[in-house]
Design a protein around this ligand. Structure first.
Ligand SMILES: Cc1cc2nc3c(=O)[nH]c(=O)nc-3n(C[C@H](O)[C@H](O)[C@H](O)COP(=O)(O)O)c2cc1C
Length: 196
């Protein structure tokens, strides 16, 4: 008889301050999928991220929110990030949060090292969905994270993403969410030495 495997902690970073933010809603759906796969989760959503100071390399901009975000990333076994496509790339809000992870540079496990990172995008055009996803995966590489094999771009202008009940309207969209969350959780379990 072996001890039960510890439950990985998967954190979500993403969204906008807009009411009903689609990027935050898909991030929440991905965290729910991670929970169904056996993970614990924590969300750093758009409103929280808007309270982070603009990253200042001179001061590293200490604040309670920054401390909370850095501690969350330190404790995370896996990460999900969701951004809207703004002018063909990552929004300033999300990029500022990622730039702020410079506060983890001198940690024994810097940035996203050793963690899988699932990238999600919502954009009103497929072109921005692709370019933004590519930029996110490049940034995750720069932060020493392991982008999951699957990255997901949604286009809310191509048809409603959510139904009246707040569920994803298309089964294929839910399937993509389940897959990307599952890849983050599986990688976390592998790194924790437990069977996936
Ligand atoms: C400042 C700004 C820039 C945007 N730029 C683009 C863009 O270049 N291409 C695109 O397809 N959509 C663009 N959009 C649309 C957003 O990507 C889209 O509405 C997204 O779903 C918004 O995310 P949210 O619902 O989480 O706020 C832009 C929206 C804003 C507010």
């Amino acid at each position: 008889m072996t001890d039960a495997a510890p439950s990985p902690l998967i954190i979500g970073i993403g969204g906008t301050t807009r009411a009903g933010s689609t990027s935050e809603r898909v991030l929440v759906k991905a965290l729910e999928a991670a929970e169904r796969a056996g993970a614990r989760t924590a969300l750093f959503g758009g409103l929280f991220l808007s309270k982070l100071p603009i990253y200042d390399p001179a001061t590293a901009g200490a604040s309670d929110e920054l401390t909370e975000l850095l501690d969350g990333v330190r404790r995370a076994d896996g990460v999900l990030i969701a951004t809207p496509g703004y002018h063909g790339s990552i929004s300033g809000l999300i990029k500022n949060a990622l730039d702020s992870l410079e506060g983890l540079r001198d940690d024994p496990r810097p940035y996203f090292e050793g963690r899988a990172v699932g990238c999600l995008v919502t954009a009103d055009g497929w072109q921005a969905g692709g370019t933004t996803l590519s930029a996110m995966r490049t940034t995750v590489h720069a932060l020493r994270g392991w982008p999951t094999p699957l990255g997901v771009a949604f286009n809310p202008s191509a048809g409603p993403l959510f139904d009246q009940a707040g569920d994803l309207a298309q089964a294929r969209d839910q399937a993509q969410i389940d897959m990307i969350a599952g890849q983050v959780v599986d990688f976390a379990r592998m790194r924790m030495g437990a069977p996936a």
